[in-house]
Structures are given as C-alpha cells and as structure tokens.
Ligand binder design. Structure first.
Ligand code: GDP
Length: 479
C-alpha cells in the first residue's frame, strides 16, 4: 500500500466512528493496525501502538463524553500515537554558519595517514573552534544519495549558507558527472576527480579545499555499491575517520519495505549515522519500512525526498507528516514553504507572520497564503498542508485541485475588508453574509462554507503554533 493509500485508510478508519460505540472503536483500531501492517510497518511496533491506543482510550474517554468529544479525543489519541511511531525523540544536529561561530577560536592541524602517506588535516578540535560543518552521506546505490546531496545543498544555500559538494564516489562510473551536473544546475561549488581512484583522498582534498575557502557547510557524497558489501563499509569508515564529519546522514529509499530495518542497522553499526533522509516518498513509497527503521535505530528522519526535482525536498517533522497523512493540514509546513519564496519584503506576508505570532489567522491571511501557494510547485507536495485538500487531491488530481484553490481565492475576493480582516466568526453570527458572498462569486453557498471551515482549521493551528512557540513561527529542520 503506498503512502497516499495509507493516509486515506487512516482517515477512513477515523471517520468511520459515528456513535463512538465500543464496536466501532474496536473496528477502527483493527482498521488502523491492518493499514499500518500493509504499509510495511513492523508488526511489533503495530502491536505496541494498538496496546497504547487501547490503554489511552480506557483512561481518557469516559462515559460522560458525548459523541463529539469522543471523536475529538480519539483523533488526538491516534494522532499522538502515530506521531510517536515516526518520532525518534532525538534532535538532529544543526549546522551553524561560520559567522555565527565564536571568532576567538582557531583550527588545529593534525597529521593523518592515507595509503601509507602522512598528510596534514585541519580539524575542529573543540566546540568553540570555528570550522566548516561537514556532512557525510551514506546509503546504498540507487537510494537517491547523490540527488539528496544536491537537494540538501540547495536547501541550505537558500537559507544563506555557503555550501560545497564533494564527490567521493569513485566506484560508480558517472557518479562525479551526475553530481557535477546537479551542482552546476543549482550553482553549488563542487569538487571531484575523473582520475583519482582513492575516495578517501578525494574526500580529504575536497573538504580541505572548501574549509580553506571558508565554506559554512561541506557535503560529502560517498559510494553506495551493493547491499552490505564489506569493502563499502570499510571505505565509509576510512572516509569518516579522514573528514571527521559533524553529521553523518543515511539516505534510505522510502519504498524498500521491511528490508529497511536490517539495512539501517547494518549501516548504523559501521557508519553510526545521526540522521536519515527518506527518499522517493512520492509515487510508490509505502513508508512503513522506513518508519520501522527509525524506531530500530532511534535516529531522526530529517528530510524527505518527494520527487526527482531539486526542490522536491521537505524537512521532516513527525507532527507535520502525520497531520498530512490524516488530512488535518499543516500550517507550519505551509508557512515554511512560503518563506522559501523569499518574501521578507512582502508586506502582506509580514502581516500574516505577525498575526500568526499572536495566534491570529484572518481570512485575508488565508487568502494571501493561498495566493503564495499557487506560485509554488508541485501542488502535490503542498496541497496536503491545507486541511481536507489531500482528500480532494486524491479524488480529482492536480489540475482540478489547482482550480479549486483558485476558486477559494476568488470566493475570498467577494468578501468585504471587514470580513477579510476578521477571524470569520461574523459569518457564523450573520449567515446572510454567506449568501451574499455566494451571489458575488457565483459559487454555491456550500463552497463558501467549505472555505470558512478550512480557514477555521488553519486558524486553530495558528493558535496552537503561537502557544507552542511564543517567539515566532518555527523554522525548518536544521535551518
Ligand atoms: P544514488 O545511487 O544513491 O546516488 O542515487 P541517485 O541520486 O542517483 O538516485 C537514483 C534515482 O532515484 C535517480 O533516478 C533519481 O532521480 C531518483 N530519485 C532520487 N530521489 C528521489 C525522490 O525523492 N523521488 C523520486 N521519485 N525519485 C528520486
């Protein structure tokens, strides 16, 4: 079962609870568990999740709860448990720009041996030393390592970091060409060699060059080869010892199913990676295998690849991922996507961010976000951030979803300034306003109600985002 199906099965299970009877709840739990098993989530994890859900239902739902309350509590319990499933509870390390590191520090030079020859290496020997942040990528061939290296480089470049790419994959013919082409397309400086056969030497030279040139982040791509080949692991250890990465990232194909767990364990034993990038979470990814790998290695997923294009890449946050799966929208993800459009000087955007900080989200904010949203692509990646949109998207496809969003913007064009600047409550107090907007926009009243309902859900999220983060809108992973 692919991820999109898992989402609709989970949503279906939740919405099948109508009266909140014991039979309905038991059936819902059964449906959730079988959906997770079919998505390749490890059976032990599913059993644990089932027991947790049952225990929480026993302790949190009482005979006094009416149906509405029961459903709300159930949704919260399922949401929390699913978040727990993909949350490693470990914080991934975050790169710091050189300019943000203490000026007083100096880099230490140490001598290391490569192939019997002694070489001098600059090394970050203490936390106060200024040094480039080195990220080493590991993973099997074909997992999407080289593509993800560039995607990560672009992600940090957009956020003002000076990033360089090093290709230490001398095994796969064409690996350097691929990285070079990606890097040129994205205007990222790169280092590699057509002649040198020793990946450890290339990694060392590339990292030293970029360190000398004061790069903030240096990303090293290594060879993937075939599954669990000893030479690959030895080489990874050697490169790691040479470049002493601040972070090692394992790239994992999200569609590999149950094999993910043993693969992750094998890599963890030799490369001791600190975070995971899941790729191919578009298309046919089941995702469950990778989720089980996270649990087995207690390692956070930090990013997710959602397509072949360089911008098909999102920070991974358990709550965001589960919100999208359950179709309850993702305000934070939407804001982060919009932020990547560099709208710092856009007055409307500034006002929206100020409002969100205060826990407000007016209809105009909603309209602005939708307008920005239309400038971003592809729609598949972002539609799920709006409550209810993933359902629409899976039913009607990208083109019609785009039309629906345009229609929502159009509907809000028929609202008065007072209405747009409001939290929408005045439509509840004076339903005649709905009829007026329906007439003005030429859309049925039910569509106006839908826009208002989606806005209400987003605005509830704005309130909880402000409460959880009083200093402002949370930033992206690692950023
Ligand atoms: P490597 O051997 O691990 O370096 O893998 P590559 O970066 O060469 O990727 C292998 C294939 O997977 C290429 O065709 C990529 O375009 C494709 N790929 C990488 N990431 C994604 C992703 O997130 N989604 C999809 N659909 N394809 C991806």
């Amino acid at each position: 079962m692919v991820l999109a199906d898992l989402g609709s099965r989970l949503r279906g299970a939740l919405s099948s609870v109508e009266s909140g009877s014991d039979d309905e709840i038991n059936q819902m739990i059964k449906d959730i568990c079988s959906a997770l098993l079919e998505a390749d989530v490890n059976i032990k994890l599913v059993v644990r999740l089932r027991d947790n859900i049952k225990n929480k239902i026993k302790s949190e739902i009482t005979a006094h709860d009416n149906t509405m309350n029961k459903r709300k509590k159930l949704q919260k319990i399922i949401y929390d448990e699913l978040c727990g499933l993909v949350d490693s509870h470990e914080e991934p390390p975050k790169p710091k720009k050189l300019s943000a590191q203490k000026k007083s520090a100096s880099t230490q030079t140490v001598t290391k041996t490569i192939n019997g020859k002694k070489v001098k290496v600059k090394q970050n020997s203490g936390p106060s030393n200024i040094s480039s942040y080195v990220i080493m990528f590991v993973g099997l061939q074909g997992s999407g390592k080289t593509t993800s290296c560039t995607k990560l480089a672009v992600y940090y470049k957009k956020r003002g970091y000076k990033v360089g790419l090093v290709c230490a994959d001398t095994f796969r013919a064409g690996a350097f060409d691929q990285l070079k082409q990606n890097a040129i397309k994205a205007s990222i400086p790169y280092y590699g060699s057509y002649l040198e056969q020793d990946p450890v030497k290339i990694a060392h030279e590339g990292v030293e060059k970029f360190k000398d040139e004061k790069f903030d982040i240096i990303i090293v791509d290594t060879s993937g080869r075939h599954r669990q080949e000893q030479q690959l692991f030895d080489e990874m250890v050697q490169i790691s010892e040479m470049v002493t990465p601040d972070q090692t990232i394992m790239v994992m194909d999200g569609s590999i199913g149950q094999a993910a767990e043993s693969q992750a364990k094998a890599f963890k034993d030799s490369a001791n990676f600190g975070s995971i990038i899941l790729t191919k979470m578009d298309g046919h990814a089941k995702g469950g295998g990778a989720i089980s790998a996270v649990a087995a290695t207690k390692t956070p997923i930090i990013f997710m690849g959602t397509g072949e294009h360089i911008n098909d890449f999102e920070p991974f946050k358990p709550s965001t991922f589960i919100s999208k799966l359950l179709g309850i929208g993702d305000l934070q993800g939407l804001i982060e996507q919009v932020q990547s459009l560099n709208l710092q000087n856009d007055e409307n955007h500034k006002k929206t961010l100020e409002n969100i900080k205060e826990g407000k989200f007016t209809l105009r904010d909603f309209q602005n976000q939708l307008n920005n949203f239309m400038k971003m692509g592809p729609l598949t990646n972002i539609a799920s951030m709006i409550p209810g949109m993933s359902n629409i998207m899976s039913q009607v496809g990208e083109e019609e979803t785009s039309e629906k969003i345009k229609n929502m913007i159009f509907i809000m064009d028929s609202m008065t300034t007072e209405e747009l600047e409001s939290d929408g409550r005045l439509f509840v107090d004076q339903p005649s306003r709905i009829i007026r907007v329906a007439k003005g926009s030429g859309c049925p009243a039910v569509e106006i109600e839908m826009v208002l309902q989606q806005h209400r859900m987003m605005s509830t999220m704005a309130k909880s985002a402000a409460a959880a983060n009083p200093d402002g809108v949370p930033g992206g992973a690692g950023g």
